[in-house]
Design a protein around this ligand. Structure first.
Ligand code: XMP
Length: 538
């Protein structure tokens, strides 16, 4: 899953010899989540982390040595699209049973356990998809502790367990699944439904019970403990080398910079390229936060004119992306050279990107937009990479940012695309159009904040459309721009829904934009989910 990134620098390909050794949070309790291709696999990992237990999402054909190195307290087996009895269906990695730790199989994971241990899995007479109610037959079983005997759950399966493996018993049933949950005395547990999704209200409690009651975890995964561990890892890796980091204004690069600074102090220099495509007040805010508050050495490069010149006359979205990425790398390289010898480049690769690059499932093969590979640096880049966020999800990055004392406005800032406002102006990017969309965007943000919605929504912004419409203002006909307002909710950016914002908030946004942004006479609200639309308009 290509996750959103905060800077074009994430496009940089490491020199083949310079692949960063993982900054692994060593010596902590861990859970291994084995990925069988479910759309919810990452969600399982996030839920476990939310419960304060470190976990890694591993492909189903993972090496046994890798699993042993992680030394997990337990395993969670994800769901998946295959049927266990099909030829070529993903099988249980041998390490899962060899380690003798508790296992929680979810959906396909449960069927796989049953299949591998001699039970029978067969196609169901009726596919069970959506809401269901399970009746718990063994309320004393640790997994169901503190839970009522009837649980609304989310099902999504076409196979059922017809015969349990020897030594297993059914723990729960539903209308169409006689075995909605099962367990052996050895702590091998299966759930036919999905505890990781919000549609299973008791799901978090079930996962908590598995982690703490069954696996005996303590829950030592906190942002504070991560900061200390990561800083020690960075120090060990960087030694007395010099590090550069590109700041974009987004949360990922900000947290990387603050973390690396915590680890190696002035050995770090940050480069902030103002490409002129940022939101209102963003450049000043970055400079204030880093130079004045954190005292982090920062080079501020005003490259606004360069970017604008290169974007002149360009209307194609992919071309805009390519130009912004390419120009960024040129500017960045020029500035880096002024610094003399630099050994390391710190960048904000997040865990979803790591998962994506190591996943054996070829998901999302079709390129929708060029998110990262804009431009690209030469392959013989002379830096080694430091990627201290490579085991974190976005919400964890934010918590680490808070633990590092970064300002709330930076840590909780909505994601922003690398090509910035260039992809929120449909058509040509000019100074005038930038000013217009920036002003409208600031109003959207302001009203969303005022309504107390800023942290509840994933993104909120304005788009300048290439459309002009007729209006009337003060008895005069106008022929003005149309601004689209996009406010979306999402758990991650893979899917999103348009936010059901109260009408009064939309009214305030609309009224302020047409009154305060010259040239705009119409405001529309985007009511499309992703898919089929994307979050950004370009
Ligand atoms: P879409 O528009 O594909 O966006 O639904 C998903 C998320 O990614 C962000 N986005 C980008 N981030 N460079 C980035 O660093 C890009 O070119 C880019 N395009 C989209 C978008 O804001 C949303 O959060």
């Amino acid at each position: 899953m290509p996750s959103q990134r905060s800077s074009a620098l994430t496009a940089i390909q490491a020199h083949p010899d310079s692949t960063a050794a993982p900054l692994l949070p060593s010596q902590r309790e861990a859970i291994a989540v084995i990925d069988f291709g479910s759309q919810y696999s990452q969600l399982i990992a996030r839920r476990v982390r939310e419960l304060g237990v470190y976990c890694e999402l591993l492909p189903h054909d993972v090496d046994e040595a890798r699993v042993r190195a992680l030394d997990p307290r337990g395993f969670i087996l994800s769901g998946g699209p295959a049927s266990v009895y099909q030829e070529g269906a993903p099988q249980l990695p041998p390490a899962v049973l060899a380690l003798g730790r508790p296992v929680l199989g979810i959906c396909y994971g449960m069927q796989l356990l049953a299949h591998a241990l001699g039970g029978r899995v067969a196609p169901s007479q009726r596919r069970e998809y959506g809401h269901a109610v399970v009746r718990v037959c063994t309320p004393d079983y640790p997994l169901f502790r503190h839970l009522p005997p009837e649980l609304p759950v989310w099902m999504s399966h076409g196979d059922v367990i017809e015969r349990l493996p020897a030594g297993f018993r059914a723990l729960a049933e539903s209308e169409h699944s006689p075995v909605a949950a099962m367990a052996s005395d050895q702590g091998l547990i299966g759930l036919q439904f999905h505890p990781e999704v919000v549609h299973t209200p008791a799901g978090k409690e079930l996962l908590r019970n598995f982690l703490f009651e069954v696996c005996g975890c303590r829950g030592d995964w906190t942002s504070g403990s991560y900061v200390e561990q990561a800083a020690a890892d960075i120090r060990a890796r960087v030694g007395d080398g010099r590090v550069i980091c590109a700041l974009s204004g987004g949360v990922d690069s900000a947290v990387v910079a603050a973390l690396v600074y915590r680890a190696v102090g002035d050995q770090l220099t940050c480069i902030f390229v103002d490409n002129g495509l940022l939101r209102q007040g963003e450049a000043e805010q970055v400079i204030r936060a880093f130079r004045q508050h954190q005292h982090i050495p920062l080079m501020h490069v005003d490259a606004r004119a360069r970017f604008l010149n290169r974007l002149a006359g360009v209307v194609d979205p992919e071309e805009k992306r390519r130009i912004v990425g390419d120009e960024f790398i040129r500017v960045f390289n020029e500035e880096a050279q002024k610094l003399g010898t630099i050994d390391f480049l710190a960048q904000g690769t997040l865990y979803p990107d790591v998962i994506e690059s190591t996943s054996h499932e070829t998901r999302a093969a079709a390129r929708i937009k060029t998110h990262h590979n804009v431009g690209g640096l030469p392959a013989d880049l002379p830096f080694q990479l430091v990627e201290p966020l490579r085991y974190l999800f976005k919400d964890e990055v934010r918590r680490v940012g808070e633990a590092l004392g970064l300002p709330e406005e930076l840590v909780w800032r909505h994601p922003f695309p690398g090509p910035g406002l260039a992809v929120r102006i449909l058509g040509e990017v000019t100074d005038e159009r930038l000013a217009l969309v920036r002003a409208a965007d600031a109003i959207v943000m302001d009203e969303v904040r005022r309504a107390g919605l800023y942290r509840q929504v994933w993104q909120s912004f304005a788009v300048l459309t290439p459309v002009r419409t007729v209006g009337v203002q003060g008895d005069f006909r106008t022929y003005g721009h149309v601004v689209a307002v996009r406010i979306v909710t999402a758990e991650d950016a893979m899917t999103a829904d348009w936010a059901r914002v109260p009408h009064e908030v939309l009214a305030a946004i609309s009224s302020r934009i047409v009154n305060q942004v010259p040239g705009v006479n119409r405001v529309v609200y985007d009511i499309t989910s992703k898919p089929p639309a994307t979050i950004e308009w370009e």
